[in-house]
Design a protein around this ligand. Sequence first.
Ligand code: AMP
Ligand code: MG
Length: 404
Amino acid sequence: MMISVDEAWGLICSAAQPLSSERRSLDSALGSVLAEDVIAPVDLPPFDNSAMDGYALKAAETQGAHAQRPVTVAVVGEVAAGSWQDAPVQPGTAVKIMTGAAVPPGADAVLMLEAGRLRQGAVEIREPVAPGTHIRRRGEDVRRGDVLLEMGTPLNVQRIGLLAGSGIAEVRVHRQVRVSLLATGSELVTDGRPLKPGQIYDSNRIVLRTLIEQAGGACDDLGIVPDDPTMIRAQIQSGLRSDLFLISGGVSVGAHDHVKQVLQALGMETLFWRVNMKPGKPLLCGRLGEHWVFGLPGNPISCVVGFLVFIEPLIRRLKGEQDAQPRSTRALLKKDVSKKDERRHFMTAHIAPGTDGRLEATPTEKQGSAMMQALAQANAFVIVPEDRTSLEAGEPVDVLRFHD
Ligand code: AMP
Ligand code: MG
């Protein structure tokens, strides 16, 4: 019996441990995952400040204000963002204040600039201002000492903003996942050179390299080797400084599929080989000491599916996203599909919101593990479960997505 997709992913999950951590400057931390809780070093905002340009005053003095009976207070100074006033605001006076400026002592509200009429150094107030109006309180956003972000949180641009706003310049994150990439195949040609009979252009390498980078890994591209066990072995040994080794092609049962034997000779412990899925069945996963190794089938669509189902979420787990799962979502199927076997199928499909805004998935006209134009039309894969022989138009289905 071949291993199921879920069992295979389960084996990966039980062996996947986050990589070690390092301190990184915030400038280069985007996409990394926190290896420790970050504690807020300051209150945010650090002091009571004005949310508006206006007049800082004593709210109580405005309580009787009315359009017919305005209250008038003398404007006796000005406080701008970045400056500080120690002197308390005196009864019967107001201080002009700019957005972000510290509210001077004695004032407990801000009247919007547009709401007061300035006349001969005094401002006329035509309606009461409630205490606290337009004041952003010290610590109302974040309290010093609180957990700002928890360990395991991926750093996106919003969180980088929060850290920078808290004065944090360095964070402890899991280190980047280093991935070596090797394409095998005596038929492979690169860079658009003219094809000789029997040759094809290599596309897996650039695709995998890009997918690795999108997943947050650093790719070490070892190029192409022919189907020659000695050369494959030499390249694998040279790439064993990385955390993860991806090899495309040569992992099936053909006479020139040497990858598995070479890896076994090097001491690989096999986690699984051949998965009950289509495309992507001849997929090899193992450990060589500390290194993860994957042999992906050479067919371009098989290769992408294998990556998105197993390797993309594994990279995210290694870089600290402990609960990472394959990226999937639900969509309404737009046309009937069927299959004859009990494998889990991944069909190239295009997903987009329908007229009611719900996500819809349309499988591409052509399906096949080497249909590159269908792949180019697709932004997802419709998943047909093992125990279903058909799915009907209108059904909600699971789809596997590319990185956003
Ligand atoms: P293999 O997994 O080596 O049996 O290859 C399966 C199919 O994928 C064959 O038709 C290969 O020519 C093709 N193939 C292998 N490697 C690549 C590659 N890097 N780019 C595009 N197609 C490939
Ligand atoms: Mg081959």
